[in-house]
Design a protein around this ligand. Structure first.
Ligand SMILES: [Zn+2]
Length: 334
């Protein structure tokens, strides 16, 4: 950690000597690195407990997003301030402010556009997701209602294979079809329902909402979708571990149930219910006992995240440190 801190300090020191725009660029690069890291490390993530990995993914996506957004706002600020001309900061220190931006007004306006578009698109994603949740959260008049682990369990009478959990306006619901339940024996049925209940108990809808917002915010860019996909996969494995626990027979039973349903359902239904992009990782994970990494292994895994985060925070801190100087100049007559 000491070597990491020294390396970060040295990098930041060199960046600070080059000027504030380099610090902003460094913040941007660190933000992008954090947003893409979960996707890049997805294969190695099997060494971590899925709950821990899901939380790392969420933190990396969130802090990466903030880093990118702050860097874009910082890049755009002088151009926008100069355009409106009403800011004493921009008027008084135009020369100084102009020095912040590499690339001039073109880059400044591009940054401003992206900085505004990202939260707007994320908001669109959030609205769409909430609408979808409202659609799939079914009315109480439909199907047969039971209770499972304290949650509303709705059984639909259909041959289709349906199994999902949803939270809408604070109301949790597990929806399954009797066509699916009839395919499974009692213990397997319980495992599938326990899997859905685990999603609700741990608030996985909040992770999914974040994933959707960030995907939309970044315009569905593939590296970002790879990272959100890694988090979604972790959520599924997390729910599997909660449902099946550490006992090998239970894990095998859930594995068999997943294979049976994935084999019997058509590709479209699998895409909506069981996630063809996550099923293979789940089957592999259920083959073994839950991951229990040593402290050293966890430290090695955390190292890139910590290093990039430190670098980004330090660069941002240094850049913000320039503010008093700029504000002081704004209050001085030119
Ligand atoms: Zn699931």
């Amino acid at each position: 950690m000491t070597a990491t801190s020294c390396g970060v300090s040295s990098l930041i020191g060199r960046a600070a000597q080059r000027g504030p725009e380099v610090l902003l660029a460094l913040t941007l690069v660190c933000g992008l690195a954090l947003v893409t890291a979960p996707g890049l490390l997805r294969a190695q993530s099997a060494r971590l407990a899925p709950a821990e990995w899901a939380r790392i993914c969420r933190l990396a996506l969130l802090t990466g997003w903030i880093g990118v957004e702050v860097a874009l706002i910082g890049q755009a600020a002088p151009t926008v301030l100069r355009f409106f001309g009403a800011s004493p900061l921009a008027n008084a220190c135009e020369k100084m402010v102009g020095g912040w931006v590499a690339g001039g007004p073109t880059v400044g306006w591009a940054a401003a556009t992206i900085a505004v578009a990202m939260p707007v698109l994320a908001g669109v994603g959030a609205v769409r997701t909430r609408r979808t949740w409202g659609t799939v959260h079914l009315e109480s008049t439909l199907g047969t209602h039971e209770e499972f682990e304290g949650f509303d369990l709705l059984v639909l009478s259909t041959e289709m294979f349906i199994a999902y959990s949803v939270t809408h306006e604070g109301q949790n619901q597990i929806v399954v079809s009797d066509g699916l339940l009839c395919t499974l024996d009692d213990p397997s049925r319980h495992l599938v329902l326990a899997h859905e209940a685990a999603h609700l108990r741990h608030g996985h809808h909040r992770f999914l909402m974040l994933a959707t917002c960030i995907e939309h915010g970044f315009g569905g860019a593939w590296p970002v979708r790879a990272s959100t996909g890694a988090m979604r996969s972790a959520l599924e494995r997390w729910a599997d571990d909660e449902a099946a626990g550490v006992a090998t027979p239970e894990r095998r039973r859930l594995r068999t149930a997943l294979i049976a349903v994935a084999t019997l359902t058509g590709p479209d239904v699998v895409a909506s219910l069981w996630g063809p992009t996550t099923i293979f990782e789940r089957l592999v994970a259920l083959d073994d006992a839950p991951a229990c990494p040593s402290l050293i292994r966890r430290g090695v895994f955390y190292a890139p995240f910590v290093t990039v985060s430190l670098l980004g925070v330090a660069a941002l801190g240094m850049w913000l440190g320039e503010m008093p100087r700029i504000i002081a100049m704004a209050s001085c007559p030119i």
